[in-house]
Design a protein around this ligand. Structure first.
Ligand code: AMP
Ligand code: ZN
Length: 135
């Protein structure tokens, strides 16, 4: 099966991983909407939440850990959790993933969610270092 996120989980495609556990891998989104935009992905290949599985439940601890990590280390004031399911809803990678999007005061509210910070994509290596440094 040709799946980008399975390839990332297998280590065949590089990604800036910031967290992993038995059920999930989390890595920085390559085209972030905001600083620290992260994808939490189940190790099990599941297309979306409409496919029967426990994947979304299994990755809940990783979602919580990543949410706290992003808020604590980046000084975010809040965050959005988002899952796009099927193409009509905007899904582009058909391996279930939860977008964890830290939010900052300069782009508030739902309307600010998809207003990408032009600087957000250019600092991924620095962000990765910050988020993976020993605490
Ligand atoms: P969705 O539209 O919900 O399927 O989201 C897919 C997300 O995957 C988008 O936000 C992309 O920027 C992100 N993405 C695509 N390729 C990569 C990659 N190689 N590494 C990290 N994120 C990626
Ligand atoms: Zn997959």
């Amino acid at each position: 099966m040709d799946c980008l996120f399975c390839a990332i989980i297998a280590g065949d495609v590089p990604a800036r991983q910031i967290h992993a556990d038995e059920h999930a891998v989390a890595f920085l989104d390559i085209a972030p909407w905001h600083r620290g935009h992260t994808l939490v992905v189940p190790r099990q290949h599941v297309a979306d939440v409409l496919e029967p599985s426990t994947a979304l439940i299994d990755i809940a601890p990783a979602i919580e850990t990543v949410s706290r990590l992003l808020v604590d280390r980046l000084g975010a004031e809040g965050l959005n959790l988002l899952v796009n399911n099927r193409a009509v809803a905007g899904q582009e990678v058909f391996h279930l993933h939860v977008h964890v999007v830290p939010r900052f005061g300069e782009h508030p509210g739902m309307r600010g969610l998809f207003a990408p910070d032009p600087a957000a994509g250019g600092e991924l290596d620095a962000l990765h270092a910050l988020l993976t440094a020993a605490s």
